[in-house]
Design a protein around this ligand. Structure first.
Ligand code: BGP
Length: 465
């Protein structure tokens, strides 16, 4: 007997500022690391215009309301609020999110705010970014500005989007200086600083806004061993600890788990921890866990003799650590057009595991299918593959709820087409199509996709459809 979805379930979807807003240098916005990425891969349409949500947000919120959204998860661009990362606050930036939040509330859509989604202010990066402890204070100051200005209307806060992906793919996201002597160790130093910044922000949030709820938002996916060989099981356990639990254990329990720590020691990646840091981590407690899930991952043992990295489908993402684990293609899973493995059952496994480990309510802040959607001759956009993906994940989420996992919301990626982090404008995720060629903006007309009407029914029936 399946348990129904909770009555006030947050059905919605997600976006992030740099991927959807455009207006990259308007109204006083400062540059972020994303704007300054030295070399855009040629195929990536840049983020200067994106989906022009900055100017079209009212139309977009109207479409979200038409789908029946109960919640919308978006990020605030730090560089709109504090263009230099620290220092002057920009009233025009404050005003934009003020308007957006009011528009959502008028439409009975709960705003769920990510404070920082990959787009670190470039001014901070120029002074070392997360390698510099000053960035911790800058983040806390920025957090206070947000709580001060929006805390009367925003109840749900997410600290840092996919901190674990920033660490695992730091070179791709522009937050790591490639000229550093020991870039891999540096990533774990940055990681430690982000953990401290997150803990401080959670603490400040609880002090300033007793009614608000705040939590981390990593990307969590359960790791499978490639076989039942004990060395593969060990490799999977190591990767689970390094990729997933390191972040959540620190956020929830304020400690590094032993497996991840011994990995850091073995590799020489141990970060410098200043006195008082661990106490800060211990004292801050999240109210819930938000996580993003797209796919599971499979690994085998790496013998450390040059067999340590493997590309498991996504051209950009190579998985492996010499002598510890190595990415492995899972022959039991189909792949999407971009090579990502599709694993709805892995979603249930991940939900169970996260809940058992942390016993905190969960909200899913990303899940979805990137595809090459197109407008048919009759003007419609048909995406049955996306419906199929989401439907299967919803079924598994409901099974997890039936298992007893406390899930209070589902915000797949993405509310509307936006620019993909790795693969530009051609890789689409939205319920709403944005009409553009990869290098040609056209008029950015919005067209509800087939999945838009499907999701509308899902929401109207509280997941029964
Ligand atoms: C997550 C990010 C999003 C989004 C998504 C899809 O890692 O939080 O910002 O981009 O992945 O990834 P991609 O755009 O590379 O397909």
């Amino acid at each position: 007997q399946l348990k129904p979805f909770p009555k006030d379930f947050f059905w919605g979807a997600s976006t992030s500022a740099y991927q959807v807003e455009g207006a990259w240098n308007e109204d006083g916005k400062g540059p972020s690391v994303i704007d300054m990425r030295e070399k855009y891969p040629e195929r990536t349409t840049d983020y200067k215009v994106a989906s022009d949500h900055y100017h079209l947000y009212q139309e977009d919120v109207r479409l979200m309301a038409e789908m029946g959204f109960k919640a919308y998860r978006f990020s605030i661009a730090w560089t709109r609020i504090i263009p230099n990362g620290t220092g002057e606050v920009n009233p025009k930036g404050l005003e934009f999110y003020n308007n957006l939040i009011n528009e959502l509330i008028e439409n009975k859509i709960e705003p769920i705010v990510t404070m920082y989604h990959f787009d670190l202010p470039y001014a901070l990066q120029a002074r070392g970014g997360w390698s510099n402890r000053e960035t911790i204070d800058a983040f806390v100051k920025y957090a206070k500005v947000l709580f001060d200005n929006y805390g009367d209307r925003v109840k749900y806060w997410l600290t840092i989007n996919e901190q674990n992906m920033m660490i695992m793919h730091g070179k791709a996201l522009g937050t790591l200086d490639p000229n550093l002597e020991d870039p891999d160790r540096e990533l774990y130093q940055q990681n430690h600083h982000m953990l401290v910044a997150q803990a401080k922000a959670m603490d400040v949030c609880h002090q300033m806004l007793p009614q608000a709820l705040i939590g981390p938002a990593p990307n969590i996916s359960y790791i499978y061993p490639a076989s039942s060989k004990p060395e593969d099981i060990l490799a999977a356990q190591s990767f689970n600890s390094i990729r997933n639990w390191l972040y959540l254990d620190a956020a929830v329990y304020g400690r590094y788990n032993k497996t991840a720590w011994s990995f850091l020691e073995e590799k020489g990646y141990v970060p410098t921890i200043v006195e008082g840091d661990m106490e800060i981590l211990k004292n801050a407690k999240p109210d819930f866990i938000a996580f993003n899930y797209y796919t599971s991952k499979t690994v085998e043992a790496s013998n450390g003799e040059g067999n340590d990295k493997n590309n498991t489908g996504d051209q950009e993402i190579v998985i492996g650590e010499a002598g510890v684990y190595k990415g492995h293609n899972n022959p039991n899973l189909p792949k999407n057009e971009f090579g990502w493995e599709i694993d709805p059952i892995g979603f249930r496994t991940t939900l169970r595991e996260v809940y058992d480990r942390y016993q905190l309510p969960i909200i899913i802040t990303e899940n979805g299918l990137g595809a090459f959607d197109k407008v048919e001759e009759d003007g419609t956009v048909r995406d049955p593959y996306r419906i199929d993906y989401l439907k299967k994940h919803l079924e598994q989420m409901q099974l997890a709820i039936t298992d007893g996992v406390e899930v209070f919301g589902y915000c797949p990626w993405s509310a509307i087409d936006l620019i993909s982090t790795h693969q530009g404008a051609k890789k689409r995720y939205g319920f709403i199509f944005v009409d553009r060629e990869e290098f040609d903006l056209k008029e950015l007309r919005r067209i509800p996709k087939q999945s838009f009407y499907w999701y509308k029914e899902v929401i109207a029936s509280n997941g029964e459809k």
